[in-house]
Design a protein around this ligand. Structure first.
Ligand code: GUE
Ligand code: MG
Length: 297
């Protein structure tokens, strides 16, 4: 059998950012409105710093304003809530992202639920989770949205497909399951307590791995010809003490069995950032009572 085709998330994300940039330019000309994204980073986690830098750079490249707030590791919950409230009230800020994970003295759920739901470009507020689950207009979490865009582009209509999502986080697994249900897939959410996980995965026409365990999904867990979406971004020790990124899927095995597969890096990661920009554009339009542009490629 021939190897799986590689779904190029990096290239797709670049085109999506281009589209967002066009719409931002149009919004400036037609409505005098420049979308703005505020990113809040608490602490010094080096990996988080890289994401924040990439997000800031790509936000500016798309013609949006980027506001960065770096707070110390010892920031109190009250200080962080004060900042979120200031950003909620700032008319130049259309999107707010508080980078996770937060230090242990902070109640993450309380912080996320303080963000104005109309500015919640991560889609983590309970209002947005509820709107997604009930099929109303929501700001949709960026990683699941990126997965759905690649699946739609690669497969077209998804209706009737058997989708297995491995992982049940509020950030990826649960919202992605909702999105796939909205596309009329038959959806299973599997997780660490699932009995005979490999057999469950072998049922999938669409298999999504979002567990945060390097190379957990093996080739013999995959139905021949299935579409495999690898959400994992795991830093592991490589040669000479260097770190490298691997997914939750054993790519070398999976590529021999799957019909199509997303790589790590260059798959879902870049889509997450592109969808963050798309959500910021959507939030800015809605703040002005304008329709959000259609960004399907
Ligand atoms: N509130 C919040 N929202 C987030 O969306 C969020 C977060 N917190 N905390 C951290 C995680 C992680 N995350 C990534 C986004 C893009 C890449 C990405 O673009 N990765 C590149 C590689 C980057 C590299 O080489 O380091 C790739 O997969 O090709 C990675 C990781 C968003 N996160
Ligand atoms: Mg789990």
């Amino acid at each position: 059998m021939t190897d799986a085709s590689i779904i190029d998330g990096k290239a797709f994300a670049a085109r999506l950012r281009e589209r967002v940039g066009q719409e931002v330019a149009r919004l400036k000309d037609d409505a005098g409105l420049t979308p703005g994204l505020a990113v809040v980073l608490v602490g010094e986690d080096p990996a988080s710093q890289v994401y924040v830098r990439n997000k800031g750079k790509q936000t500016l490249e798309a013609g949006m304003q980027s506001f960065e707030h770096r707070l110390s590791e010892s920031t109190t919950q009250e200080e962080l809530l004060d900042l979120v409230e200031t950003l909620n009230a700032d008319p130049e800020v259309h999107g707010i992202l508080v980078q996770l994970p937060l230090p242990e003295q902070i109640d993450s759920a309380a912080v996320l639920d303080t963000i104005d739901p109309t500015k919640d470009v991560d889609g983590f507020h309970v209002i947005n989770a509820g709107r997604l689950a009930t099929g109303q207009d929501a700001l949709v979490p960026c990683t699941p949205l990126g997965c759905l865009m690649l699946l739609r582009h690669h497969l077209g209509d998804l209706s009737g497909q058997r989708a297995v999502v491995v992982g049940r986080s509020n950030i990826v697994g649960k919202p992605l399951a909702q999105l796939l249900l909205g596309e009329s897939c038959t959806v299973t959410i599997a997780h660490s307590r699932t009995r005979d996980l490999p057999a469950e995965c072998r049922n999938a026409d669409i298999l999504v791995a979002a567990v945060g365990r390097p190379k957990m999904v093996k080739g013999d867990w995959i139905k021949p010809g299935a579409t495999v979406i690898d959400v994992g971004i795991n830093r592991v020790e490589g040669e000479e003490g260097k770190t490298r990124l691997v997914g939750d899927v054993d790519f070398d095995e999976a590529v021999k069995v799957a019909g199509a597969i997303t790589p790590v890096p260059g798959g879902i990661g870049p889509m997450t950032i592109a969808c963050l920009l798309a959500n910021t554009l959507t939030a800015a339009c809605r703040a002005r009572g304008l329709p959000a542009p259609d960004l399907t490629l």
